[in-house]
Design a protein. Structure first.
Length: 104
């Protein structure tokens, strides 16, 4: 969801994270990579890999993210591209359901 923040909001968030000893340099590079590839990939040190993709409302505002996570060995075997395609298909289904829902 970082990739969909306005630049000023992203800068504020990164500034707050810097105080918490986060790797701000790595976080600054991620939004551009996420926009380029269309999904986020996170390989954790405990051998868990996750991929995530945003869900947008009918106005195009990011309102949620969906994620698939599992043991790195399994996700590597299945292929990150296949997982990203499945996440994209799921996000599209959710967005279509949102568009079809009556306005509240």
């Amino acid at each position: 969801m970082l990739a969909d923040l306005r630049p000023d909001h992203l800068a504020q968030m990164l500034q707050r994270l810097a105080v918490q000893d986060a790797d701000v340099a790595a976080l600054e590079a991620q939004p551009a990579q996420i926009r380029e590839f269309g999904s986020a990939l996170n390989a954790r040190p405990d051998d868990i890999t996750s991929s995530a993709m945003t869900v947008q409302d009918p106005r195009g505002t990011t309102i949620a993210a969906i994620d698939a996570a599992g043991p790195s060995i399994r996700t590597a075997q299945q292929g990150q591209q296949q997982i990203a395609r499945q996440l994209h298909a799921a996000a599209v289904q959710i967005e279509e359901a949102l568009r079809a829902a009556p306005n509240q």
